[in-house]
Design a protein around this ligand. Sequence first.
Ligand SMILES: Cc1cc2nc3c(=O)[nH]c(=O)nc-3n(C[C@H](O)[C@H](O)[C@H](O)COP(=O)(O)O)c2cc1C
Length: 143
Amino acid sequence: MGTVLIVYASRAEETKGIAELIGEGIRLSGHEVCLKRANEIKNEEDLKGYDGYAFGSATYHGEMITSMKQILFMAERAELKGKPGGAFGAYGWSGEAQKRLFDTMHHIYGMQMVSGPLMLKASWVEGGIEDAQQYGTSIAALI
Ligand SMILES: Cc1cc2nc3c(=O)[nH]c(=O)nc-3n(C[C@H](O)[C@H](O)[C@H](O)COP(=O)(O)O)c2cc1C
């Protein structure tokens, strides 16, 4: 059994809801979850040592939320190479945050990523609950 760290940045709490559903999928797969809001992570030590990672941010003004951007700098020193990973978040129309998170985890940290980012307009849109839980299952399957 492993533990997956889920870190999210959310303003209107849609991305938080998606994070919780991803966590459910991971738990249903028999693994543990540590769920943190981005501003709870203070340095790279807070990121080290997990068996998998999911980073999430909503998109605002074509970008991820600043607290998640700061985590991406800490994560460079968190020994994430080869670790299972996924990226997610709520968006309205363009979803830059989710794509940027996913690409950074893949290209910069060298993580073993699931097939693509999970982008939902909200957790409650049709099929959203199942999609988010399934995304958690996919991350867990890489452990
Ligand atoms: C001021 C503002 C700017 C936004 N800018 C974008 C944007 O550039 N691209 C996009 O896809 N969605 C954009 N959105 C939509 C949000 O990403 C969407 O409402 C999302 O559900 C918010 O997630 P959260 O509840 O986790 O904060 C914007 C929303 C607001 C209120």
